[in-house]
Design a protein around this ligand. Structure first.
Ligand code: ADP
Length: 302
């Protein structure tokens, strides 16, 4: 069982020939809507692999909110912890140009209504899970409260500090079992360079010295660096032809949560999460690209 506490967003993706200038109206060749938000993505990845996933999240009072709920249910996610807020749904207008460069706006919407008090209504969900998974698209105070409750109930907790937020108080990070930034987030949090593997290890050890138990630094096509007080392993990525890496980080976290909650040890779960995330970058889309357990088994048949 996995409990994800976090965001959901509607991705509004406009494919443009070029960006309009101020005051200009132009035609764009295509548009697509997608289900996103880091929390929702991670919950979907774990659920597609077969975990029993509960999600604590706030959808908007608009039609998008109802569509989000339907999508969670279609993915067999338990929605007992999903509330309907006063605000509109979180949304992300995304503009993609022909060279695949993108410009993204994030409107938090109802995600800002996921307050610490909401967690108090669902303590049973926090108590009865193998792993609690957090990201940073909801108020920081809610994550701090989730960590408090996880510690109180002796439930392991993973914090994926994405998107990077300089306001994150590193004192709380010593109280999580897994802390999982990518290279850029690691640089933002430590103020240290993370260009080379040597620099990444130095920055990682800085966080270990602050009391972080397990650091999982995702390194894109280079895989993941696992650092704990007495061990450090680079677990190589699976070599694939990447076509779309959006949502790779979320597929990695969601699948790691699944494999860990299944009882795998950390390095084994990381190997499997690398394999899962590699498969998702060979497919277009975000949640659309997340395979099921059967599809993973088929892809990695000997
Ligand atoms: P984010 O999306 O947060 O930037 P990363 O780019 O670090 O996250 O990717 C997360 C994980 O996805 C990596 O640790 C790796 O397992 C997998 N991954 C990402 N890009 C590739 C790639 N080009 N080839 C193989 N695996 C990849």
């Amino acid at each position: 069982d996995v409990l994800v506490i976090g965001s959901n967003m509607i991705d509004l993706i406009t494919y443009v020939d070029r960006m309009p200038v101020e005051g200009e109206t132009i035609e764009a060749p295509d548009f697509a809507m997608g289900f996103g938000g880091k929390g929702a993505n991670q919950a979907v990845a774990a659920a597609r692999l077969g975990s029993r996933v509960s999600f604590i999240s706030m959808v908007g009072h608009d039609n998008f909110g109802q569509q989000q709920l339907a999508n969670f249910k279609a993915n067999h996610i338990d929605v007992t912890g999903v509330g309907v807020g006063q605000k509109n749904s979180g949304a992300a207008p995304i503009f993609v140009d022909p060279s695949s460069d993108n410009r993204i706006l994030i409107i938090k919407g109802a995600n800002s209504e996921l307050t610490p008090a909401v967690l108090d209504q669902h303590v049973d969900l926090l108590q009865h899970t193998k792993l609690i998974v957090l990201q940073q698209e909801i108020p920081l105070a809610t994550n701090y409260h989730a960590i408090d409750l996880a510690n109180q109930y002796h439930v392991p907790v993973l914090l994926n500090p994405a998107p990077a937020n300089r306001d994150l108080d590193l004192a709380h990070v010593s109280r999580v079992d897994f802390f999982s930034p990518n290279e850029t987030e690691l640089a933002t949090l430590t103020g240290m360079p993370t260009t080379t593997l040597t620099e990444i290890k130095a920055a990682a050890h800085h966080l270990i010295d602050l009391g972080v138990k397990n650091l999982l630094v995702t390194l894109g096509a280079k895989g993941v660096l696992w650092v704990c007080a007495n061990d450090c392993q680079l677990i190589d990525a699976v070599k694939v032809q990447a076509v779309d890496t959006t949502g790779a980080g979320d597929s990695f976290i969601g699948s790691f949560a699944h494999y860990f909650a299944q009882g795998e040890d950390v390095p084994t779960a990381l190997h499997h999460a690398n394999a899962y995330a590699a498969l998702t970058v060979t497919r277009r889309g975000t949640q659309k690209s997340y395979p099921t357990a059967e599809e993973v088994a088929q892809a990695y048949q000997p």
